[in-house]
Design a protein around this ligand. Structure first.
Ligand SMILES: [Ca+2]
Ligand SMILES: [Ca+2]
Ligand SMILES: [Ca+2]
Ligand SMILES: [Ca+2]
Length: 240
């Protein structure tokens, strides 16, 4: 009897010791150096607000409004600090913790983020955010607070891993599969131009990597007759 009472006391003490200290629903989203001072902050979803907490416990809070979805973290404005990118009910918002400014980009349309679409596409510091809006590529340049649209046609898909440096010049290109007739199109946002490559009816992507050991990645694919490389630096398509 005494022994079981003691056990209960021990259990009660342990329970008390390990009880959560507060019931606020702070959920960690990740750790990034959001203010650019060289040390990581912890970023929380705090009851629908974004809370950024320093290692010393101090914190800053950014309300976003309801119905947000975290799209990613990257330096988007080219200034020190990792910026946080959100879809807030169809509007893009970017939290800049270093300046404590939240930028808002109304999209006025249905859109979706390209896979791998948070990437530098113009060679100017800061990642762009790249969307597909009914066939139009939209580049959000947070460093200037502007967006640029380029209509690519209504029938294309991004090649898997197709946001990559393909010409050896700073900035990632966008490689699109335009279908049987139009082949592959490589879009250069830095110049607003694209190169097109005729493709056979049947081909299988092998990978996108630096095959020729010169700056820039090649698009490698196979057909029934062999293996080939699209080299956008040389604007050629040849057997390997
Ligand atoms: Ca920091
Ligand atoms: Ca850029
Ligand atoms: Ca490039
Ligand atoms: Ca190469």
């Amino acid at each position: 009897m005494k022994k079981s009472l003691l056990s209960l006391l021990v259990i009660a003490t342990l329970l008390f010791a390990y009880m959560p200290r507060s019931y606020a629903s702070d959920i960690v989203m990740g750790g990034w150096d959001t203010d650019g001072d060289g040390a990581a902050e912890t970023v929380y979803n705090s009851d629908g607000n974004i809370k950024i907490k320093e290692s010393d416990g101090t914190s800053r809070t950014y309300p976003l409004g309801s119905g947000w979805y975290f799209m990613g973290a990257a330096d988007t404005n080219g200034a020190p600090g990792i910026d946080l990118i959100f879809n807030v009910s169809g509007t893009v918002k970017i939290v800049h913790d270093a300046s404590q400014i939240t930028s808002t980009y109304p999209m006025n349309s249905n859109w979706w983020l390209l896979k791998g679409g948070i990437a530098d596409t113009d060679g100017i510091p800061g990642a762009e955010v790249v969307f597909n809006i009914n066939g139009t590529l939209r580049f959000l340049h947070d460093n200037t607070g502007t967006m640029k649209d380029y209509f690519m046609g209504s029938n294309w898909i991004l090649i898997s891993g197709g946001i990559a440096d393909l010409d050896g010049v700073a900035g990632n290109e966008i490689a699109l599969n335009m279908g049987i007739v139009d082949g592959i199109k490589v879009f250069h946002e830095s110049t607003g131009t694209s190169n097109s490559y005729t493709m056979p009816v049947n081909w299988t992507l092998g990978g996108i990597y630096d095959q020729d050991n010169v700056a820039g990645n090649e698009i490698i694919y196979s057909t029934s007759t062999g293996s080939f490389a699209i080299n956008d630096r040389l604007k050629t398509n040849y057997g390997i």
